[in-house]
Design a protein around this ligand. Structure first.
Ligand code: SAH
Length: 258
């Protein structure tokens, strides 16, 4: 049942997606007319409604990936296609203790919190307070409250870690110069623990790969993720004409026992 405060997604006949947060008495206006929120509250997800201009709209809650693509950004977010790969490459499991930097807009943080579950813990570092506030509001917007398994730290990870951050199973870095964090993060990563770093240029891959060994880390994989959507219509079944050609590289390393 859809309730006040829920984020819902309206999908029109051209597959355009609109996200709105339900508020009693409110109206959503867009180029295909208007929709009253009251008409949606109390309805079951997966229903169709018709806008004031006769456009048929499918009503579903956004998935986490869809929410991420629409949420307000300070820093550029990691795309859902890369988030999926990061969760598997870093082998994020329920109960895992994960160290993340930087929080940015909180896209990856959302996914980490969900993957580690109630028994896990995510500690995320961000040096810019304004970005951290944006991330906090994106995270609360998705979960409805601040998750109990998340700690946000307004700190520069190159400068050192908080005294309580002593042991982690996984480290995930989305920073311009991840090699500068290696000294701090490798010390708190358990033997066999996994570090995954994400960045846009191959120069960063090169630099990081040269630095890992010095910090007791074994380079395991470097990958990129290409996703090609397909166009499916009555008389056409083909790849989409456009795709996202490049986002970033993923580097995966394992901590050697000291
Ligand atoms: N993964 C995030 C985006 C991170 S963008 C997401 O999916 O939303 C990179 C972030 O790292 C920026 O917000 C930047 O402010 C932060 N950052 C850069 N250097 C940092 C450092 N030394 N310590 C902490 N955060 C840092």
């Amino acid at each position: 049942m859809l309730r006040e405060g829920d984020v819902v997604q309206l999908i029109d006949t051209k597959q355009r997606r609109y996200q709105i947060r339900l508020r009693e008495g409110a109206t959503y206006s867009f180029q295909k007319g208007m929709v009253s929120h009251d008409e949606l509250i109390g309805r079951e997800e997966g229903c169709y409604i018709t806008s004031s201009m006769g456009e048929r709209l499918l009503v579903v809650k956004p998935t986490m990936g869809e929410y991420i693509l629409k949420m307000p950004r300070g820093a550029q977010v990691i795309y859902p296609k890369d988030i999926g790969a990061i969760l598997v490459l870093a082998d994020i499991f329920p109960g895992a203790r994960v160290l993340e930097a930087g929080t940015g807009s909180g896209a990856l943080t959302l996914a980490l919190c969900r993957a580690v579950g109630d028994a896990g813990r995510v500690v995320s570092y961000e040096r810019r307070e304004d970005f951290l506030e944006r991330a906090r509001s994106n995270i609360v917007g998705f979960f409805g409250r601040m998750p109990d398994n998340l700690v946000l730290r307004n700190m520069d990870i190159y400068g050192g870690l908080h005294e309580q951050d002593t042991q982690f199973d996984r480290v995930v870095l989305d920073l311009p110069q991840p090699w500068r964090a290696l000294d701090n993060v490798s010390r708190v990563l358990v033997g066999g623990g996994i570090l995954v770093a994400y960045f846009p240029t191959v120069l960063q891959v090169f630099r990081l790969s040269r630095t890992l060994e010095r910090h007791g880390l074994y380079l395991q994989d470097v990958v990129e993720v290409l996703v090609r959507g397909w166009h499916v219509a009555k008389k056409s079944l083909r790849p989409e004409h456009r795709m996202v050609a490049h986002t970033g590289f993923l580097v995966c390393a394992r901590r050697l026992s000291p």
